[in-house]
Design a protein around this ligand. Structure first.
Ligand code: GLC
Ligand code: CA
Length: 564
């Protein structure tokens, strides 16, 4: 092998961190669990904490585990479950449907034993209307907690301003007994807290301490850009057609992204940093339509640190087209400053699963594989969504089973989000090993490409591909920590990039089409004639790949290590 020019190391590798001080969440693969749907342990048809404990070996700790490093649990606190836990009625406890505090502590211990960190969902823009704070607040105009929520008088007999609820309709709900409106950014049962009230902020901080003291490793912050509202309650300007609903046709300059949020996040970050063990935070920056990375990037903090990461949801809206993925990657890398760490996600509990978004006959599984390789080799923390590793899809759900408040409200225009929250498919048994009883949501026969039991046995399965990729990512520091540069950017068939860490160089080549590709690499790879295959969807590992001519089979994905 001859080495001509060596590729230059790009500067997006942070220099301030030495080998051992890289915080765990940068090296981690995070796995989101929707607790209702992971594993039921007591036969009531609803997933629970004991169920998660019973399945931890699947996630990490055993030789054939998936190998993820952290779980993010969608909310498990007591809740009337109008929005399935995103409406919290007690921040200091566990909903009996999921278990109790004792079981939670066992879960935490069992996770830590297996090197799995635990990330809690922090839903603090709003509470449930059954939260004692709101019950008090609602009880009378002069209740000491009145100002903990956003109450306004009618203006000329009408709502105070034009703010809408993200879930449809006006954001203002009339309260007959106290003759005022309260504001809710989501359902009527989710009143927004008044973040301008220091007592509210103190109480929230105390609650965050409570979970940190228990030993949780981090938080996912629900709609973090939503907390503060304009203190003058000005109308949002309308926006040229941006969507179907009125909510989407406003510029949300007065009901979200207010600068005060950043002050709170700076204090929040200080609090996290005062604990040992690199407690982390990742925020959901809710925006419509999904914009570029500028807004999420602003939540990392400029002069003072804020969140460790803000989600980049752009992949959720990419077409199956290398150009749209390249655009997102470039945009993210451009907007993040040196110390800001990217993250990627293809599916979550609010969107149709990516396997369904990219469905195309017998190409579906091939696309699922290509997208998994991309997610697990890009620079940035990958967030997986339970079941994507076995190819669970977003089947449509018969109307009579629909549970999501959004689906109930907007069917048939919008069937809601139940179709990405179906029970995990563990095996071929009745109810797919999820429960001995009929599950809270149906899982159909065609609901998944494979199940855990079968996928584990088949070396060519999607599940085994995830396992292998996670193993490789951990072994090769370049994939975890290396800099990144896109290659062959004008070739629309492939997505390709090089990851560099110290002496290590790894090239990822992904053919997004069902056609073969074959072209001369020119100088782009910078002087390497061949490299060793670390992973490929089609060819043998350890074989050599000719880097002078890039020849890829249809939908081939390949990871190549350059040898110096
Ligand atoms: C976030 C959650 C979503 C929830 C909403 C209100 O967008 O991801 O599931 O319904 O916030 O809390
Ligand atoms: Ca249960």
């Amino acid at each position: 092998m001859q080495n001509k020019k060596k590729p230059q190391q790009k500067s997006n590798q942070s220099n301030s961190e030495s080998e051992d001080t890289v915080p765990w969440w940068k090296d981690a693969v995070v796995y989101q669990i929707y607790p209702r749907s992971f594993q039921d342990s007591n036969g009531d048809g609803i997933g629970d904490l004991q169920g998660i404990i019973d399945r931890l070996d699947y996630l990490n700790g055993k030789e054939d585990s998936l190998g993820i490093d952290a779980i993010w649990l969608s909310p498990i606190y007591p809740s009337p479950m109008i929005d399935f836990g995103y409406d919290i009625s007690d921040y200091h406890n566990i909903d009996p449907i999921f278990g109790d505090m004792y079981t939670f502590k066992i879960l935490l211990k069992e996770c830590h034993k297996r090197n799995i960190k635990v990330i809690m969902d922090l839903v603090i823009n709003h509470t449930s209307d059954k939260h004692p704070w709101f019950m008090e607040s609602k009880s009378s105009i002069d209740n000491p907690k009145r100002d903990w929520y956003i109450w306004k008088k009618a203006v000329n007999g009408k709502v105070p301003n034009n703010w809408m609820a993200a879930f449809g309709g006006r954001g203002w709900e009339w309260d007959e007994s106290t003759q005022e409106y309260y504001f809710h950014g989501f359902t009527v049962e989710q009143p927004d807290l008044n973040w301008r009230n220091p007592e509210v902020r103190n109480e929230i901080i105390k609650m965050i301490r409570f979970w940190l003291d228990l030993g949780v490793d981090g938080f996912r912050l629900d709609v973090v850009n939503y907390y503060f509202k304009d203190d003058k309650f000005r109308d949002n300007p309308s926006h040229f057609f941006n969507g179907i609903r009125e909510y989407e046709r406003q510029d949300h300059i007065f009901d979200r992204n207010l600068p005060e949020t950043h002050e709170f996040l700076q204090d929040f970050r200080e609090l996290l940093d005062s604990y040992d063990g690199d407690r982390m935070s990742v925020g959901e920056v809710f925006m419509h339509p999904p914009g570029n990375a500028e807004l999420p990037a602003s939540f990392y903090g400029l002069e003072k640190k804020e969140l460790h990461m803000a989600f980049n949801f752009s992949f959720l809206f990419c077409k199956w087209d290398t150009r749209s993925f390249k655009k997102v990657i470039q945009d993210w890398e451009r907007n993040l400053k040196e110390d800001m760490w990217p993250n990627y996600t293809l599916s979550n509990h609010d969107q149709k699963r990516h396997i369904t978004r990219y469905e195309k006959g017998n190409q579906t599984i091939l696309r699922a594989k290509i997208s998994a390789i991309m997610l697990l080799t890009l620079r940035g923390t990958p967030f997986l969504y339970y079941g994507e590793e076995i190819g669970m899809n977003s089947d449509s759900i018969p109307r009579k089973f629909i549970q999501d408040p959004l689906g109930v409200k907007y069917w048939p225009l919008f069937a809601g989000r139940d179709n990405c929250r179906q029970p995990m498919c563990w095996n071929k048994d009745e109810n797919f090993g999820f429960s001995t009883n009929s599950p809270w949501l149906p899982t159909s026969k065609e609901g998944s490409i494979t199940n855990v039991e079968e996928g584990s046995k088949n070396s060519n399965s999607l599940l085994n591909l995830y396992k292998k990729l996670i193993t490789i990512r951990k072994k090769e520091k370049a994939l975890q920590r290396g800099s990144q540069k896109l290659l062959f950017i004008n070739n629309d068939k492939i997505l390709a990039y090089i990851r560099i860490y110290k002496e290590q160089k790894i090239i990822i080549l992904l053919n997004f089409t069902q056609e073969e590709t074959r072209f001369f690499s020119g100088d782009e790879i910078g002087g390497y004639d061949r490299g060793k295959v670390l992973f490929s969807t089609n060819r043998k590992e350890e074989s050599y790949f000719d880097l002078n001519i890039i020849a890829l089979l249809p939908y081939e994905g390949i990871i190549i290590k350059l040898e110096t």
